[in-house]
Design a protein around this ligand. Structure first.
Ligand SMILES: Cc1cc2nc3c(=O)[nH]c(=O)nc-3n(C[C@H](O)[C@H](O)[C@H](O)COP(=O)(O)O)c2cc1C
Ligand code: SF4
Length: 495
């Protein structure tokens, strides 16, 4: 039981301010907040960036960095840093990126007809916010419905349903949360929105808050994105005449991928270990401190000003197989890795064309981050959208596309993804905690023995993980191995 007046939600920020988790810092934060020292320690130890305060260099172990030779760089390993277009990369103690590969990647050319137009100027007239006020809650939600906007954080849930649910709750203390914790390996689009078009995000958030009746907004920014956070803060300051009446809180992530999951993110804002909650209740009904909470991804929110200003139907019509444009990230074996805004439903062939063509001979691709598994090139002309990929047992997820050439051993690629899930499982469900270890160990053993029997139990393990996990991480953590085995059986035979 917490003491009355204890300030649990401050413990992670205070630990960060003091330089990370040490015995002394835990004791000091405990005194300052009234939270027992053991609790401060327990929460802090969950977070990678807090629990190893002395590490000078962390080298990214993500798929694209591995493809670019990350294993040859010295330093402590860390999960994907969201810099796949510059692979291989590391971060220093100040969390700024050290890149060994190339400069920041390609981007769609300036085109004002695009809702996001990452290549263009960041307008700051807040005309959409003013129009939204005239439309009122019902009018804004009607435009969102007409737009067909699906959440861009991974699940593709219709945005208007969430907004309508929060706006209709009897409880009037409501919150808006922006999920800027972008951590899915292969994904780095929210990073570009925050850097290049921060006003679009500020405006989208303000429209959301006013539409659902929230006064306080939380923006949970990935800890390894200090530049992006600064860019957003600068835009917020500059926009104070338009949005200064709202209460804006910027929260730092501390290096835990699972905090991108909405209920884990809520736990983290409240100052706990980022462990997903059981759903229902959904955050729209009972989220932050039990209050109705609208949580959307950065890209979802950044679509909103265009939808309000130029109309939902226009946004919808920009899509091909599904509504709107989409920020596709592409990295790995292509000429110009980067973020490209294209009609939702384009194919890999078209995306790679935008990215300057393949490097080498392509063999496989991962269409939507680690969680989407692998597909062979026979799917290069399949629409990259939520519905089509879902039917194939894969997913569009956050559209972090990674291309692998014919030099890649798919068993090794599956092992890189397995290491990621083992490291990032929060550990609260046994099937996920143990299953992620078993998958990685089975691949380690097979890669040494060359005996396919070492992978014989994996179908059963995968079934247990899918059926017995609370959240999406455990449910799909065996997918990279399962899909690699299905589509590339020649890499899983006797060797
Ligand atoms: C393991 C896991 C990690 C996730 N990571 C992110 C993330 O980094 N960013 C994000 O916006 N959504 C992430 N999500 C999805 C969120 O739970 C949530 O659906 C999303 O933020 C809602 O916003 P949207 O409706 O705008 O997509 C993740 C989900 C899971 C299961
Ligand atoms: S499935 Fe894995 S990551 Fe998700 S709650 Fe369970 S243990 Fe945590």
């Amino acid at each position: 039981m917490e003491k009355h007046g204890a300030q649990r939600h401050r413990i992670l920020a205070l630990l960060k301010e003091r330089g990370g988790l040490t015995r002394e810092n835990a004791a000091a934060v405990s005194r300052e907040t009234g939270i027992p020292e053991a609790d401060v320690f327990g929460a802090g130890a969950f977070y990678e960036l807090l629990s190893h305060p002395d590490v000078d260099r962390r080298v990214c172990q993500g798929l694209s960095c591995q493809l670019a030779g990350a294993s040859e760089i010295e330093g402590m390993g860390v999960s994907c840093l969201g810099q796949c277009d510059r692979a291989p990369v590391a971060i220093g103690k100040d969390l700024h990126v050290v890149h060994y590969g190339r400069a920041r990647g390609g981007i769609t050319p300036d085109d004002p007809s695009l809702p996001m137009n990452l290549g263009g100027e960041d307008r700051a007239d807040y005309a959409a916010l003013h129009k939204a006020r005239a439309l009122g809650t019902d009018g804004v939600i009607a435009e969102l419905k007409a737009s067909g906007l699906q959440g861009r954080g991974g699940a593709g849930f219709p945005a208007h349903l969430k907004w309508a649910s929060v706006a209709s709750q009897p409880e009037t203390e409501r919150y808006v949360v922006c999920n800027a914790d972008e951590g899915e390996p292969g994904t780095f689009k929210d990073r570009e929105v925050m850097l290049r078009r921060p006003h679009l995000l500020v405006e989208g958030l303000a429209i959301a808050a006013e539409a659902v009746g929230a006064k306080t907004l939380f923006v949970y920014v990935r800890g390894e994105f200090p530049e992006e956070r600064a860019s957003f803060e600068q835009a917020l300051d500059a926009a104070s005449e338009h949005v200064g009446h709202l209460d804006w809180r910027l929260i730092d992530g501390h290096g835990a991928y699972i905090c991108g999951e909405e209920t884990a993110l809520i736990e983290s804002i409240e100052g706990r270990r980022g462990m997903p909650r059981h759903k229902p209740p959904y955050p729209t009904v009972a989220g932050l401190w039990g209050k109705p909470t609208l949580m959307n991804n950065v890209e979802t929110l950044a679509c909103v000003p265009d939808i309000v200003l130029r109309g939902g139907q226009r946004f919808r019509d920009l899509g091909r197989t599904e509504a709107g444009t989409k920020l596709y990230c592409i990295s790995g074996h292509v000429q110009e890795p980067g973020v490209y805004e294209l009609p939702l439903g384009i194919t890999l062939t078209e995306l790679v064309e935008a990215a300057g063509g393949y490097l080498g001979t392509p063999r496989a691709f991962s269409p939507g981050g680690a969680s989407s598994g692998f597909l062979p090139m026979s799917f290069a002309d399949t629409p990259l959208d939520f519905g089509t990929l879902g039917k194939l047992g894969s997913m569009l997820g956050s559209a972090g596309v990674v291309v692998l050439d014919d030099s890649v051993d798919m068993a090794e690629a599956a092992r890189w993804q397995a290491v990621f899930y083992e490291d990032e499982s929060c550990g609260q469900c046994a099937p996920c905690r143990l299953g992620t270890q078993l998958v990685r160990k089975a691949l380690d053993t097979y890669l040494v023995s060359g005996d396919p029997a070492d992978l014989g139990h994996i179908d059963d393990v995968a079934w247990e993980m899918e059926e017995g996990s609370i959240c999406g991480l455990g449910m799909i953590a065996a997918l990279p191995l399962q899909t690699a085995r299905k589509h590339f059986p020649e890499d899983f035979g006797p060797r």
